[in-house]
Structure formats: structure tokens, C-alpha cells
Design a protein around this ligand. Sequence first.
Ligand code: TEU
Length: 527
Amino acid sequence: GQRTGWWQDAVIYQVYPRSFADGNGDGVGDLAGLLERLPYIASLGVDGIWMTPFQPSPQVDQGYDVSDYCGVDPLFGTMEQFDGLLEAAHALGLRVLLDVVPNHCSSEHPLFQAAVAAGPGSPERAMFHFETGNDAGAPPNNWQSVFGGRAWSRANPGSETDQEWYLHLFSPEQPDWNWRNPAVGDYFEAVLRFWFDKGVDGLRIDVAHALFKADGLPDAAGTDAVVDGLRSNPQVSDQEDVHEVYRRWRRLAETYTPERILVGEVNLAPDRAARYTRQDEMHQAFAYAFVKLGWDAAAWAAVGTELEAARRAHGAPPTWALENHDVPRSVTRFGGGERGIRRARAGLLAILGLPGGAYIYQGQELNLPDVEVPLHARADPMWARGGVSRDGARVPLPWTTAPGNAYGFSAGTAAPWLPTPPAWGSLSVEAHRKDPDSTLHLVTDALRLRGQLLEKEIFAPGDACEWRVGEHGLLLCARGQQFLLAVSMGDEPVPLLDGTVLLASSPLTPEGLLPPDGAAWILVDRP
Ligand code: TEU
């Protein structure tokens, strides 16, 4: 089994810094804003935060195009402020996880700039995937990028002497590193040490399964993007060699006290993803299928059962999340409106009752819906290249009921980087605080209870899960010996099995039935 450690039951709050809180009033969230609001995060009862990238970047992909892995972008603040933030978080009992983006960097990264300048055949170019194209000006292969369009661009368009193309699985401003070159591995080891030495508690690894491309860069079978979620092309992602990287990173993480953790964004089917959390590899990998699930008991039970089989085969429990900055908010995904809110509450209560780590995306505790961002305001490069816009899940958080300063998001009067919709005030932290039945209170109650159940050993991190669908669309997950999770995904109220309801996301009916779109934590009567 997996060794025990602080991360096993951890609940982590995902902070998307540019939309969390704006401390300097320029309309973009920053480290100063986050520092000021850390007590809010601590008051939820979570164990830590994961911060998406704030390192220097041209911001083509909101920071996932990194030009300096060991710095702080002035847009967000200074390294001094980061150090202060880390200290303040630790003082509040919060762990701090950062994002590391090892698949690609920014085209403005000095090593990529040096590679372009050094020209074909140079050791500088060997840090990336530079290749000559096929004849007639065609790129080296048929790979399509995730954001749309081909995955290759010319290094020096129009040059007679430099006919090379470079690979970018995402936008042209995000060249892929060549992980077959050991110098790349050494470079990233230094990056990890830099943050771990500062006291950062862990790293979320971006597109963790895609670092190695198949030898010879063969054509892909279809015309789909080469790494697009669960349909990833086996020829170009999930290569066996990538596991050696995580074994090396795990050995490094274990040299620190407390142990640093690695959580992978491994967007693969459960049986493949689970191989990344074998004992000597990552500590966690997101159960990625969950961020795509609709309100469908059969689908939840099927994915849950697959994840459970993978856990049995490889040891580590799944790491749960229903939302992140890349997917539509769950309120909207589950049908929108009041019904969407009830379902999103139920879904959140559900994942918090499952064994293993769980991640809450900022604003999920406020029932933020996905926002239809006006076309002129959209900032997502994926949308710009013909894909869907992810901006709807990235709108700045509402803190106050009154609309001033973007509902309290900003310390100044500059417009927020994405416009906030009119309904925002009613979803604010202030509004949730005043309402005893709000989702904010449900989350704090659930986390307090989760802690108690762990203490009493009713919850254990290694608990087995048995998923099934009962009558009337009732989703059931039996966790360990004494706990039952029930989510009503059908159209009528359903009777619950014998036991004590510890917490529910919607009030039970006067007859004690679980209403549609409600979830309950049940302590099962023992024989
Ligand atoms: O996402 C990786 C990824 O697979 C996404 O592109 C996903 O397929 C897409 O968002 C549709 O859901 C990570 C980051 O989380 C994302 O924000 C970055 O844009 C991407 O990597 C590139 O770094």
C-alpha cells in the first residue's frame, strides 16, 4: 500500500490568483490580495492551497506559458511577497502547493530564445523538438494542437537556411521541452529544488502524462488533438519513459521534511492514470473523469467503480475534484439555476465524503455558475484558436453584496480583467456568511465532520468503495464498514437505508426521504 502522510486525506483549495483577490487595484488578482484573504481560506477548514502559475510569463495562456520558472511575475507581485505569503499560510496551518509546467515553456523563455538564435543542429535546439519538415513545406507530422491548428510552427518563418519547425502541443507561444534530452530533466530538478527549499509543500504537475513523445514522432491516427483528455493518442502521450521522471521527483520530494508532494494532472482513463501513483511515483493524481461528469448516477457509479479497480491494482486512492479552471462550473454543468445549485452542493458534499484527497476550486463554495463572458472580453487562447472558452470558470470572485470595486474583488476601481455579471453580489462571500443554509456553511460543516470521522477512524484513507445505483436514480457509495454516501440523481424523493444521517445537502422531506438533487452522509447501523 501507499505510505501514510499528511496529504492522504488533505482537502486543498485551488486558488486561481488572477481571479481571487486584487490587492493593488489594477483589476487583476495578485499575491497581496491573496495574503489578505488567507484567513478566509483557513476558515473553511481546508488543509492547504494550490496556486496556479504566478511566475513570469507573457500571459498568453494565463501563466501556463512560463518564461522564468523561479520568479514572480510583477503582475502578481514580488518574490518577497511570495515568501511572506508562504510564511503566513504556514502560520495558519495551510500547506502551499504550486503549479509546475514541465511539458512546455513560453516562447520568451531564454532557453527557447537561445535555441531559435543558435540555429539548426545546435545543442540549444536539442532542448526542444526542432525538426525539419517533410518536403513541400509541410510540417514534420500531422499532430494537432490542443488549442486548435497544427502542433508545429516554423522557428524562422521564411528563412532559406533554417527550415526547422518546433513542436507545441498547445499554442505556438508554448514550445514543448524535449524530455529525451537529460539536460531538461536536470533543469527541472533545479526548479523543484528551488521551490522545495523555500518550503513549498508540493507541486501540481501540468499535463503530466505528455512530457515524452513517441520515438520518431510518428503521425497520429486521427485528426484530433494529440493530447485531448481521455482520448489521448497513445502514440504521443502516456509514454513509459515519463514514469522515470516521477520516480526521480518522488525521491527528491522524500528528502524533505515534511515530505513534499506531487499531484498530477493526468488526463487519462483511470487504469492508465493510476499507474502514475504507484508507490514510488506521484502522491496523487486527479480522478480527471469527475470534472467531466454530468448529473447521471450510472455514469458516476461506472467511473467510481473503474477508479476503485485502479486503486486496488496500484494502491493510491483517487484524488477528487469536480471543478478546476479549465472546465465549466458544476452548477452549470449540472443544469444551471436553482436545480444546478442543489446538484453542485450535493456533488461537492459527495466528493468530500470519499476516501483520498479532494480539491475545491475557488468559488465552488459560493455556487458560482459558469459565466457567459461577452465575446469582446474573452481572454482564453483556446477560444481564440477556435475551441471552447474557459473564461466562464475564471471570473473574479465576489466578496461583497454591494457591487463596488467589482463586488469587493479589487482594492481599486479598475475594471476586473473579466467582467462580473449582475447576479454576482447574491453569490458573494458576504451573502453566504449571512445565510446559515449557504453552501459556504455546508462546506465548513462537511470539513469539520470529515475531520471528526477521520479521528474516530470511521473514515480511513485506504477505505474501499463500493459503488452502485439503487432505485429511483439513487447513487450509493459504501465507504469502508460504516459509512454510506447517497446522492439522489432521480426525479422523486427516495427512502434511505437504515442508519443515521450525519449531514445532508438539502433538507430531508417530512417523511425522512432524500429529495431529488440532494446528497447525504449516512452512518450505517451495524448489525
Ligand atoms: O491543462 C491541460 C489540458 O489538458 C487542458 O488543455 C484541457 O484539455 C483543456 O483545458 C480542455 O479542458 C493544463 C492547464 O490546466 C491549462 O489551463 C493550460 O491551458 C494547459 O495545461 C496548457 O498549459
